[in-house]
Design a protein around this ligand. Structure first.
Ligand code: ADP
Length: 255
């Protein structure tokens, strides 16, 4: 019998678990050309935890992040945000859940060129109280060092500043999970470090949950834990990672 849309979530979902992958499989194509990007991945993400996802190129990192964020469809398995199985939602409900409860930061900033930094940040802002939104906007802008850049358009900002605008935009709605796909991939190491240190602050001070794909061991070392993927499966996990520890795990995987 196939499960109904109202089927309860798996019993192992705890209260502080904000995102859960259960037996995620993702294949692309069919027949001889079929590629299996995820081979039954299960993982839990708790509130206020910063998780980095690493692994060799082609190991399934982006696919996992996109499936968790409802940006890609799973072939089988479940993705829960809180206790909602997003793999069962209609397109409209999924779009609403993404807008209301999730935040995204991409490698390529994705800002609108004709809008100022402030307009870009406010684009998705839909907080209930105007005063609350103003205060939170001010907190974010100060924490990200953007106060004197708010009237600038993206072309008038450095890469690091553009990415900080994108982070502020993603966090304005106070998302339950902030997903970041190689957020420092287009930045020099100093600008990258500023973005990573803000993500760390967001976790420590605002109890933000962050899930980040990166190929950079120094970036992963900002996280609380690192999940390592190889050929579509989670094969290792580090807690309290250091750059050297992440390097060593990657060498073992690639060797
Ligand atoms: P990573 O992020 O670790 O580099 P990806 O998740 O991008 O890995 O890809 C995992 C595997 O799935 C790779 O073999 C890749 O070629 C394949 N893949 C990813 N997206 C698609 C797609 N849209 N169509 C076909 N194959 C894909």
């Amino acid at each position: 019998m196939s499960p109904t849309p109202t089927a309860p979530p798996p019993a192992h979902v705890r209260n502080d678990q904000v995102a859960t992958a259960a037996g995620l499989v993702r294949t692309y194509g069919s027949g001889d050309g079929m590629v299996t990007a995820l081979r039954g991945v299960s993982a839990a993400f708790t509130r206020g935890q910063f998780t980095a996802i690493m692994g060799p190129s082609g190991s399934g990192k982006s696919t996992l992040l996109h499936c968790l964020a409802g940006l890609d469809q799973v072939t089988s398995g479940q993705v829960l945000i809180g206790d909602v199985d997003i793999t069962r939602l209609s397109r409209t409900r999924l779009a609403k859940l993404r807008r209301d409860r999730l935040g995204f930061v991409f490698q390529s900033f994705n800002l609108l060129p004709m809008l100022t930094a402030e307009e870009n940040i406010r684009l998705t802002g839909r907080l209930a109280g105007r005063r609350a939104e103003r205060e939170w906007f001010g907190t974010l802008v100060d924490a990200l060092g953007l106060r004197d850049r708010l009237g600038h358009r993206p072309s008038e900002l450095s890469g690091g500043q553009q990415q900080r605008v994108a982070v502020a935009r993603a966090m304005l709605t106070r998302p339950e999970v902030l997903f970041a796909d190689e957020p420092t991939g287009n930045l020099d190491s100093r600008s990258g470090a500023e973005v990573l240190s803000f993500l760390r602050t967001a976790v420590d001070e605002f109890r933000q949950t962050v899930i980040m794909v990166t190929h950079d061991p120094a970036a992963a070392a900002h996280a609380d834990r690192v999940l390592f993927l190889s050929d579509g499966s989670i094969v290792d996990e580090l807690h309290g990672p250091t750059t050297d520890g992440v390097h060593a795990s990657m060498r073992r995987l690639e060797g």
